[in-house]
Design a protein around this ligand. Sequence first.
Ligand SMILES: Cc1cc2nc3c(=O)[nH]c(=O)nc-3n(C[C@H](O)[C@H](O)[C@H](O)COP(=O)(O)OP(=O)(O)OC[C@H]3O[C@@H](n4cnc5c(N)ncnc54)[C@H](O)[C@@H]3O)c2cc1C
Length: 489
Amino acid sequence: MMETSNDKLERRLYSHDLAPLPKEMDVLFKTMPDSVVRPKYTQDVVQTVRKALSTNKPIVPRGAGTWGLGGSVPVKGGIVIDMTSMDKILSIDEQNMVVTVQPGITWKSLAEVLDAKGYFLPCYPSSYPAATLGGWIGTGGTGIGAYKYGTAGDIVRDLEVVLPSGQVIHTGDKLVPQNGGGPNLNWLFVGSEGTLGIITEVTMTMFPKPEELRPVSYSFDELTKLGPALKKLVRSGVTPMHIMFSDKLHFDYLRAIGKHAPNVGCLVTCALTGPKAVVDLDEKSLDEIMTANGGKKEPKELADHEWAERSYEFRLREMGVGAIPGEILVPIDRFPAVVEGTRKIVQQLKLKVPIIGTVADQNTVMLMPYYLTDEHKLVASTAAMGFAKRLGDLAYDNGGRAVGLGIFFASNLPKYRGKEGAKLIRDIKKVIDPQEIMNPGKMVETGTRLGFSMPPVLMNFAMQMMGSVKRILPRDKIGEKELASLKDH
Ligand SMILES: Cc1cc2nc3c(=O)[nH]c(=O)nc-3n(C[C@H](O)[C@H](O)[C@H](O)COP(=O)(O)OP(=O)(O)OC[C@H]3O[C@@H](n4cnc5c(N)ncnc54)[C@H](O)[C@@H]3O)c2cc1C
């Protein structure tokens, strides 16, 4: 029996994701769903979609709600479909090395089962203890392992999707990739942010566990100085599974709240995988590249600790405040310029912002600057909008873009894809979802409860203005007391 809830408290819990909106935003958005359902099987999802269709109610797919752009939050009320109740492993095909699961399973649960059988997941988000497979695919996920094995679109073989019509389709072949054989339907749903259909089953590749997984860390005295080392690394033929970095402020904050964190300046950690002899050679090459470019090799214990901490970037939330990340992709060549540009924005908006990130592929760096704030206050969302807008523009001006669209960055679609490209995406949405019930008001438009969508020009102007308001507001003081307690900060 599918669970349904109309309880007010419960519905309130589903009216936000990682970054709650202040209640002032209720004027524009009806974030509180009318009901929450928890399906167990594909047929439950079909039934829910048909009900939404017949009553003309929005339906919003939700995983764990760890994405910060409002993808799983209603803007016009309706039904939230909580997919975490569909969390079964359906089959593990060891002969062909593919696994088929329901989409609400967390990465951690799946990884543990595969680990016991001698396999591992080629790519997973650093939010893997909580995030679901369906949510990650919905956001066009990247993450730990992407540098070597590819992102969501590369590792997904097939998706079962319930369309807004209630029809069920399969987007690929379970055992072979989607090269040729017509347009790639897997990729159509990867990154569609829950606006085209509900993923009810995922088949993806798994890999035998490597003989060796070895993290190695190098410190640099300044984040921008990492640029030349990273450029050299991506040209070197050494392919770590993962490359992640953090600036000094990130570690200072952690130490200030009593966490065990390195006190070595900025740090880059690479996770090498493969046969032991190959990893030995790779480590030697990395040592040469990093030290020739100003890095200092750190002890094994430090690298092991950083690897163990790879999915706990936001421990600062334990201070009882929000940590709101901005996420951008930029060409590797622009890394130092974008770090400098980010710092300028931080100064203008009077924020304190640690910068963490990963090398997404050999051409691209993903930067995730985050700041501490009381996320329930209007001033915080003002800062969030202003900061994210400026950060996205900075990335765009440097040949990159913000990661994801969600509610607030849908206005970027025409900028990123051009007028005609954006129109094609809107047309695809219209063909698949003519009644506009599937997660409306996101990705292709910023919809409101008032029956109109915010025009992109107005949305961009409003977000820019919020940054200007933040400039005249007092400096944020969250975390200052804690930082002051560090003698060497
Ligand atoms: C600490 C931290 C680290 C993170 N690290 C990474 C990272 O390394 N890589 C990365 O890519 N992201 C990362 N993220 C962002 C986020 O955690 C991921 O995008 C995550 O995979 C989202 O999963 P979720 O289950 O929480 O999805 P939700 O937030 O619930 O949903 C995300 C989107 O997917 C849609 N959706 C959810 N389930 C389905 C479904 N079954 N069918 C169709 N659409 C669906 C929703 O409507 C929404 O638009 C991180 C976030 C945090 C807080």
